[in-house]
Design a protein around this ligand. Structure first.
Ligand code: NCD
Length: 305
């Protein structure tokens, strides 16, 4: 039985297969409408979500399956003090596959110790978010055709941004990708990722505080929100939250074929005027999330058409 806790649980070959399957689902959705008949997906969300939970649910519904779950810890028995392990063990009696989001790093690892059904990490604290990475990879693949020979800039909260951590781990396995990390000093990429992923693999990277100076070299720009819920101190959040705001002025110095991504939700970090720029791909990215999750559910349930 397979789970998805980290993006590196999937080989690059498996990622290629998932992308090919998602592309086929996009082209021929009707072929897949009954693949998950009588199967149930449980979405256990102990933390807020719009895209991840709803795209998982839409994915299962479009595969002909059904969904059950909760969208906040307060409406589950976690509010009575139940452990994640007990909740997951019980839900395995009701559902065929589980997507789980939790504010504590490592919670899905605790879940798989007791789970008898596949568990998908839908975001664990400031750690990882592998299904957002699959969404990002599908989008980059659709925009650029391949995972090689480009420069990607990550901008914003690189410390707590779990989508950044997972996407860096995923892209580190390809060749010819250059990384530019743009953040305030306090929100730099965690040193464990710099040491274990970037340095260990001899990957070309730079760290800077200036979006303006980095933008002309970028082929992909991955903007992120400052992760308010992970701060210990509201004053620090307020001081850092508007450090970077991408607007049409800044984009004048960018490449004409730049691909602008953002996992969403956005707060202030991309001005609404940018939405009309053809380089803005974040709403397409959000839409792609449903299709790659359809492919993932099929893979973990070992179903095909
Ligand atoms: C991200 C997350 O939850 O980490 N959202 C998402 O799943 N698309 C990014 C964020 O909340 O900033």
């Amino acid at each position: 039985m397979r789970n998805l806790l980290n993006i590196t649980d999937l080989s690059t070959g498996e990622i290629d297969e998932l992308i090919a399957l998602a592309e086929d689902i996009i082209a021929h959705p009707e072929t897949y409408q009954d693949v998950c008949r009588r199967k149930k997906l449980a979405t256990l969300f102990f933390e807020p979500s719009t895209r991840t939970r709803l795209s998982f649910e839409a994915a299962m519904l479009d595969l002909g399956g059904s969904v059950l779950g909760f969208s906040e810890a307060q409406s589950s028995s976690a509010a009575k003090g139940e452990t994640v392990g007990d909740t997951v063990r019980v839900v395995c009696g009701y559902a065929d596959i589980i997507a789980m989001r939790h504010p504590k790093e490592g919670a899905p690892f605790a879940a798989v110790q007791v789970a008898s059904k596949p568990v998908i990490n839908a975001g664990d604290g400031g750690h990882n978010h592998p299904t957002q990475t699959l969404t990002d990879l599908l989008t980059i693949h659709r925009e650029r055709g391949a995972f090689r020979d480009f420069t990607i800039g990550f901008c914003g909260d690189l410390k707590f941004g779990r989508t950044v951590h997972s996407l860096v781990s995923a892209l580190a396995r390809y060749t010819g990708i250059r990384f530019v990390f743009i953040s305030p000093e306090e929100l730099r990429l965690p040193r464990y990722i710099v040491d274990n992923t970037l340095k260990r693999n001899n990957l070309p990277y730079i760290e800077t505080t200036s979006l303006e100076s980095a933008i002309p070299d970028l082929d992909v720009l991955y903007m992120t929100r400052v992760q308010r819920e992970r701060f210990f101190n509201e004053a620090d959040y307020i001081r850092l939250k508007d450090t970077y705001i991408l607007d049409c002025d800044k984009l004048e110095r960018a490449k004409p074929d730049l691909c602008i991504l953002h996992p969403l939700p956005r707060v202030n970090e991309i001005a609404v005027e940018v939405d009309e720029d053809p380089r803005a791909k974040y709403f397409e990215q959000a839409a792609n999330g449903k299709f790659i999750r359809m492919a993932l559910i099929m893979k973990l349930l070992e179903l095909s058409v």
